[in-house]
Ligand binder design. Structure first.
Ligand SMILES: Nc1ncnc2c1ncn2[C@@H]1O[C@H](COP(=O)(O)OP(=O)(O)O)[C@@H](O)[C@H]1O
Ligand SMILES: CC(=O)N[C@@H](CCC(=O)OP(=O)(O)O)C(=O)O
Length: 256
């Protein structure tokens, strides 16, 4: 079973939480991949550089300046620090953007109804699964940042949850795959302020009910959208859980 793990910006931004997560991730058995975000740091650096951040339903509106900033933050600082930390833990990790080996091509979003700028949507059928298989067969752990490319020379910014979902769908065609979204909370919560309110299972009708009541919003939206897409397209298991309990049987399971 291949495991695709996604780790988000709130954990990456907390040195001890990230270190604890990487300790556990390095112990995870079997072929595995890591997809990381880093949105929080990108927002902070943008502010320091005088560039305004605009998020719509958990996705960053990405103009040219913002694209340059996220490229530096995601493909540079964040990706390389994670790869170095995994190497220190004895994991043979290789850091990749979607442009490397043409591993994740994407299509720039149409400017209507919202112009997201340099934001790319991924077709999982276009993911370079052969290349990923070559790495996994060599016991190498690919570490993906959330940058894709348009095949015409421009990088694109994709939501890291969408990257994780697309990669998991792609590898599910070569081997059974499970997808684990790790973040700072213990799962999808009925009350976002109450860590004891984890919803154990979410199916489509439950999701519709929770959205209608505004109990799921912002960054949780691309996560759950990516989770359903994965489940609908061949991924065996999708779980949303806390980064510090990667190996435990906890969190929210997404079901058809
Ligand atoms: N029902 C919910 N349960 C848990 N978190 C939720 C929920 N609805 C919205 N959220 C928000 O989604 C955030 C996670 O999304 P995001 O910040 O994008 O995470 P990451 O960067 O880890 O992908 C949480 O910090 C929380 O503020
Ligand atoms: C298009 C888009 O929204 N891209 C995301 C990519 C990073 C990300 O998803 O980071 P987290 O997982 O930490 O939220 C962004 O720039 O915020």
């Amino acid at each position: 079973m291949i495991t695709v793990v996604k780790i988000g910006g709130n954990v990456i931004d907390n040195a001890s939480a990230l270190s604890g997560f990487l300790d556990v991730f390095s112990k995870l058995e079997g072929p595995k991949m890591l997809v990381h975000g880093g949105g929080k740091l990108a927002t902070r650096l943008s502010a320091q550089m005088g560039v305004k951040t605009k998020m719509v339903e958990g996705r960053r509106v990405t103009d040219k300046k913002t694209l340059d900033i996220v490229t530096m933050v995601y493909a540079g600082l964040t990706n390389k620090n994670i790869v170095a930390a995994l190497s220190a833990r004895g994991v043979k990790a290789v850091g990749l953007s979607g442009a490397d080996a043409n591993v994740i091509p994407a299509t720039k979003r149409a400017p209507n109804p919202i112009d997201f700028g340099y934001v790319g949507d991924i077709n999982p059928a276009e993911v370079n699964t052969d290349f990923i298989k070559t790495l996994l067969d060599a016991d190498i752990v690919p570490v993906f940042c959330a940058l894709t490319h348009d095949s015409h020379g421009s990088l694109l910014n994709s939501n890291a949850d969408s990257v994780a979902s697309a990669v998991a769908i792609a590898t599910s065609h070569i081997s059974a795959t499970r997808l684990v979204f790790c973040f700072e909370k213990p799962g999808v919560l009925l009350d976002v302020e109450d860590d004891n309110s984890v919803i154990p299972i979410i199916n489509r009708s439950k999701y519709a009910e929770l959205r209608a009541k505004n109990l799921i919003f912002e960054g949780m939206l691309p996560k759950i959208d990516g989770a359903f897409k994965a489940i609908d397209n061949g991924v065996k298991e999708v779980i949303i859980k806390c980064a510090d309990s990667l190996l435990c049987n906890t969190g929210t399971t997404i079901q058809e």
